[in-house]
Write a protein that binds this ligand. Structure first.
Ligand SMILES: C[S@@+](CC[C@H](N)C(=O)[O-])C[C@H]1O[C@@H](n2cnc3c(N)ncnc32)[C@H](O)[C@@H]1O
Length: 242
């Protein structure tokens, strides 16, 4: 089983996070996008966490099942109104199976990058394809690797500096890896939290999808169908089974 980086201390403050991803308007646009593609079928969320997306999606009448490694994150989900309609399987979403077929599977908030090897990401696509009905789709939201921002020979890039938080990514280009380091001010000193990722290119994801029997149907730079261009910093991609 992969290491769980979303233990009790992360889970305890996850829903208090600030930023666009936690704003109601943003969550509504994610949910609108997923509802449109789910049709009459059920949805599978990989890395369901505390239900940031799953709870409002279930409120819109979509049956949702989730997979997550973290008991602590799922415990927060289970405390929320509406959680009783959502099934959760504890396990690694790259390999865990659920005895049900879905019209949509989704993996948001860069969580594909939590799988730290190409092999695990490839297996994850195969696992998703095996859970989809014919014509079902897989939706991923993930950043475009921002190597253009990294000066030649450098390995660190600051992505946030404030009074209470300093965030920096440490790149390992040869292995397509990065570690995000977060330093948070707590009572006059700093607490460090570091989490490893594997960054992944859009074309690489398309190949993983093809390998799993899915083809690219749509690619946007945001949930409101903003066009994906050479300047896009993230993408929302949809692959469909064939
Ligand atoms: C950034 S959080 C996102 C949670 C939720 N999807 C959201 O959008 O708020 C990532 C979640 O994925 C889970 N996770 C990370 N790697 C996983 C893996 N290999 N298998 C299952 N869950 C995983 C973590 O435990 C955590 O709950």
């Amino acid at each position: 089983m992969p290491e769980n980086y979303f233990g009790e201390s992360v889970a305890a403050r996850y829903d208090e996070s600030e930023g666009e991803m936690f704003e109601r308007a943003h969550i509504d646009s994610v949910v609108d996008f997923l509802v449109e593609r789910a049709g009459d079928g059920a949805a599978l969320e990989l890395g369901i966490g505390t239900g940031r997306i799953a709870i409002p999606l279930a409120e819109r009448g979509i049956r949702v099942h989730g997979i997550d490694l973290s008991e602590a994150m799922v415990a927060r989900l289970r405390q929320k109104p509406g959680a009783e309609q959502i099934g959760v399987t504890i396990g690694d979403f790259a390999t865990t199976t659920v005895d049900e077929r879905f019209s949509i599977a989704y993996l948001v908030f860069n969580t594909i990058m939590n799988l730290k090897t190409q092999a695990e990401q490839v297996v994850c696509f195969q696992n998703v394809a095996a859970h989809l009905v014919p014509g079902g789709c897989f939706v991923i939201e993930v950043v475009v690797p921002d190597l253009q921002q990294l000066p030649y020979g450098e390995t660190f890039r600051l992505f946030n500096v404030s009074e209470t938080h300093v965030g920096m990514d440490e790149y390992d280009i040869a292995n397509q890896g990065l570690v995000s380091h977060h330093y948070r001010g707590v009572g006059g000193s700093f607490e460090r939290f570091s989490i490893p990722f594997r960054y992944v290119w859009p074309a690489e994801l398309d190949l993983m999808a093809l390998n799993a029997g899915m083809t690219l149907r749509e690619r946007f730079s945001g949930w409101k169908r903003e066009p994906f261009t050479s300047d896009s910093t993230k993408h929302v991609s949809v692959w469909e089974t064939f």
